[in-house]
Every structure is written in C-alpha cells, then in structure tokens.
Design a protein around this ligand. Sequence first.
Ligand SMILES: [Fe+2]
Length: 331
Amino acid sequence: MSSSAQTNLDTSFENLRIRRVAGLIGGEVQDIKLSASLDDAAIDTLHRALVKYKVLFFRDQSHLDDAAHQAFGARFGDTVAHPTVPSPEGTKLFELDASKGGGRADSWHTDITFLDAFPKISILRGVKIPAYGGDTVWANTVAAYERLPADLKRLADSLWAVHTNDYDYGAERTAGTDSRSAEARLAHHQNVFVSTVYEAEHPVVHVHPVSGEKALLLGHFIKNIVGLSSSESARIFEILQNRVIRLENTVRWQWRKDDVVIWDNRATQHYAINDYGTQERLVRRVTVAGERAVSIDGRHSRTLRRPEQQPQAQSQAKSQQAVREPIASAA
Ligand SMILES: [Fe+2]
C-alpha cells in the first residue's frame, strides 16, 4: 500500500475506519452496517466522528428499509417529521422525489432553520439514484467562520438574522428546467412548503453545542438581517455566504443506491445538484430534533412566528417589524 493511500485513513475513532474524502469536510466510514442495534459506544463514536467530519458517508446499506432507517436515526435523539411537508404514510420521513414538485433541493441551505430549534442531524438514504448527475455538496460552516478575516468575524459576531420558510424561492431555482416542471415546483413550494409560515431569529454566528466551535448560520431561508434593509441584508448575506460555499470548504458526494449520508446540521450547509434531467431520483431523510442555537454572548434563537403561538407570535413579529420598519421602508 502506498503512503498516500494510508494517509487518507483515519483510525483514531476506535472501531471505525474513516477515509477522508476532502480536506476540510467529509469522511467515508467503511465496513460498518448501520442499525438501531449498534451498542451505545458505537453510536457515541459515530456521533463524535460526525462532529469532527461534519458529514459521514456510508456505502452499501441495502439492509435498511424505511423502518430500520428510522429506528437507527432514533438512536441519535427524537426524530421529527417536516413541519409542513407531509411524510409518507405512517412515517416521519422527509421524502425528496424528483418526479414530484418539491423533490429538488438545489439551493444552499441548512435544514429547517425557520424553526428556532432546528434539527441537529439529518440522515439521508439513497433509494433511487440517477445514472449520472444528482450529486450532493456539503459545506463546512465552522471552517468558513474560522477563515474569515478578523474584521468580518467581528461584524458577523454581532449580527442576527430572520429565517423563514416563506423565502424568495423562485428567484434562481427555476432556471434551467422546462417551464412545466418549474411551475410544478413553484406550486409545490407555495401550496405545501409554505402552507404555514414559520419565522425564527438566529445569531449569524452560533456556538456548536458539542464541539464549542463557532459556525456561520446562514443559507437560503434567511429573509433579512435584523436591523438592516433588504438590500443591505442581501449584500452582507452574500459576502458571508460566499465564504461558506468556497469550493475548498466543500465535499461533493456521488451517490449510489443504498448509500446513507449523515450530516451535522449545526455545522454544515448542503446543495443537491439539479443536473439529472428527468431521471428518477428518490432519497428519504430521517431528521433528528435539535436545540435552539446559542450566540457567542449566550443568547438563544427565538421564534417570531409559528402556528401554535399565533396571537403571541404575531404581536412579537409586529414589535420586531416596528423596530425595523423605518430602515426597511427606505430600501
Ligand atoms: Fe436539505
């Protein structure tokens, strides 16, 4: 075996063999059969490896069906259904089916950040994979923060942002698709994804609850940066978001059927590349509940709007709006 073949293998996590896939993010865990019956030590080791690598890849997990996938996910915490998109009957799975309107996640995001307590871990399983195309890319939001110049760090440290599921969906994503599928996607977004509007306010820099690392918390659900107009928000967002998605900061995975990918949703963004045309692509996700994000100065994310708390949320949102209105209306 050549020395270069050895250096990409990390054996520092007890029984795991991890092949580094990219320089700053991503490891492929080899020779493991994922299952709910793994012992506590094995689950703990996987979690520690996940916090280090941010995203872990597993080939050949054909033994996992929907039930076994969900049972495995439940070993990491409470599993949750998507707040607005219905799960397949009798499950809490989130299904991305490219043949249906909402199946193409081709925009950079962290999952479900329109909730104050957004998921900590997502576990995605490849059920139908196209013959070519349809890779997913993940970006390391910790490395993105760490590599900011000191002045930009100070700026980011001070900012908070409003995230909503009612974001500007159509702006970029219908490009390159035929008009009928673009219409179907827009209709799914409006009628299903935004069937109930959620809003949450998060620090732009949050502290990872396990590693203590600081990470940028951005992505496509951001509506505006608190206290700034929409055009000012867009410019600041672009500067910081561009740092997250630098290619050096990413890992790209070419899916095979029966792959499982686990990502730390507290330290990553991801993007599903929409380059597979009309081929079938079906992936299912188990989502593990997380906690509210915590800012560098110890403040927690908060809900601005959600259906169960409508009266209070509306008055909260109104008072927020009042603070921002003079600036926003000047935009
Ligand atoms: Fe996602």
